[in-house]
Design a protein around this ligand. Sequence first.
Ligand code: URA
Length: 433
Amino acid sequence: MRMYDIILKKRNGGTLTKEEIACFIDGYVDGSIPDYQASALCMAIFFRGMTDEETAALTDCMARSGDMLDLSRFGDRTVDKHSTGGVGDKTTLIVAPIVASLGGKVAKMSGRGLGHTGGTVDKLEAIPGMKVTMEREDFLRQVEAVGVAVIGQSGNLTPADKKLYALRDVTATVDSIPLITSSIMSKKLAAGSKNIVLDVKAGSGAFMKTPDDARILARNMVAIGKACGRNMAALITDMSRPLGEAVGNTLEVIEAAQVLRGESKGDLYDVCVALATEMTMLFAGVSHAEAEKQVVGAIESGAAYARMKEWIAAQGGDPAWLERAKTGDGAAEAVPVLSPADGYITAMDTEAIGAAAVILGAGREKKEDAIDYSAGIIVGKKTGDAVRKGQTIACLYTNDPAAAEPAAQRYLDALTIGAEPPEKTDLIFDIIR
Ligand code: URA
């Protein structure tokens, strides 16, 4: 089998066989297929697409390209969750302990932030002492004892995705539905959970800019996961504004704790309850109404917050810090952003708000950049809110005195202020089961 023929077949709109897909992935991982041929195939896939069968075969080959985590000792109670990425998305910190307190087993590998999107591993590292690397047996023992362990991607999981994603990033082939599907789902399959809930974001801060595009991606991922033997659900949720109020690592951990203590009940609470409900339906096999009752009960009883503190302690973190941490801790500068006009916020460019947080030091432009955990933004006013000229509409936190002004400008440029309130839009556009 020649890579040239595989590229030609896809370029001409053909359907690749499992053997051809396996030949590509195996050869690309072992180095016998060069980057230029792999990028030509990715571009052909970008234009020609893939059938569900091709995408399932690609996902399966990528998942098997490295180690696969064996979670069979936990039976069918393993449950994972994946967000396609956004700004202010701290849902893992909230839903993982909720679900663990209800008997789910969350053995999760998460990523770091890059560009305008944050990453769970960075948020966890904002907790003093918290470790995000662990030997595999210790990781599994913690899942058994506490119900939740979250670490950075470790070991030789999906080397095919690592290589391909880096290639797609520099060849303008990231935003292809079959390639995104296989990239995300191969990692989820290799991570071993029986039950998987996806949070596919739609809007100005997300990969998918519209709910319709997000729906297509979500349907694809749900179908592939099911074809590979997993129980699946996907929520399509709004990312046309930051989720919750906090953007930036320490600020987001504090907000997550506030939700689990029942002190915060806005959009973040609603998305977390919806996600945890789907997760509970899958691992516990209960109805939506029953799952939601259990999820809300876990927050109201304090069980989920207690589980969050146990989880932090198990990974070497200081749970007492969570009690005393306050907004703005560790940041030398707290700079208010003032509304330039009277009116209503009618739109937010959420990607640009993420970029403002990066300027403050909360995120990375390049993988190797250091981050300032205490830097970030508290978003006071969001789309639909009335604002008055001179009113504080956000607060920027940083340790870099030179960052505040450009970040404030970026933040203001991200807002559209109009005379009339915008139409109300949904927070959760769809649930695909
Ligand atoms: N996230 C991934 O992990 N892979 C993609 O292709 C896109 C987003």
